[in-house]
Design a protein around this ligand. Structure first.
Ligand SMILES: [Zn+2]
Length: 188
């Protein structure tokens, strides 16, 4: 694998973020906001990322940048789906249809951000591509898993059945229960 060109990534995105007056806060802590590695706050126009893992943060930054781009294009501006989902994770209660709608919306937003991250990862050799795709699919599927089971799994065994490309949000609904057994075993 080629050497990661992190400087190239920063030279590519920072001028754009500066022009948009988006601030980047890099924290040496393991997580930012609970157990996230990165966070985009559209209200404050701030990206916050954990730089705890030197091999990881460039792709996390690329992912959050993907969220900035989608908001800039006027997509996924409504925070309600995220509120519905986090309320469900906190209380276990929700309207099933509203929750499903919220999860599909979040998955679509995350998929788009992962597409941006993946193309930047390719452009600047940020990571192993297959490994990244596996983790991205994993992450997007976790939302569906949480919807079905009421908790956010820590790890997953989902990679065993994951193809070598990003999966669309609706396709996640077709994932068979057998692949979930691994998640339940390893969750929490
Ligand atoms: Zn995201």
């Amino acid at each position: 694998m080629a050497k990661p060109d992190v400087v190239g990534l920063l030279a590519h995105i920072i001028p754009q973020l500066e022009a948009l007056k988006v601030k980047i806060i890099m924290r040496p802590t393991e997580f930012v906001y609970g157990d996230s590695l990165g966070y985009w706050d559209p209200g404050l126009s701030v990206i916050e990322i954990s730089i705890h893992d030197p091999g990881m943060w460039p792709t996390v930054l690329a992912h959050e940048y993907g969220h900035v781009l989608q908001n800039l294009a006027g997509r996924f501006l409504d925070q309600a789906p995220w509120d519905v989902f986090s309320e469900f994770l906190k209380t276990g209660k929700s309207d099933a249809r509203a929750l499903k709608r919220a999860v599909r919306c979040i998955q679509a937003a995350e998929l788009e951000a992962e597409r941006t991250a993946l193309s930047l990862a390719r452009m600047f050799s940020l990571c192993d591509e297959e490994d990244y795709i596996r983790k991205a699919n994993d992450y997007i599927f976790k939302h569906e898993f949480a919807r079905r089971h009421g908790f956010w799994p820590k790890e997953s065994g989902f990679q065993a059945t994951t193809p070598k490309k990003l999966i669309s949000a609706s396709a996640f609904a077709q994932i068979p229960r057998e692949s979930e057994v691994l998640w339940l075993d390893r969750g929490r």
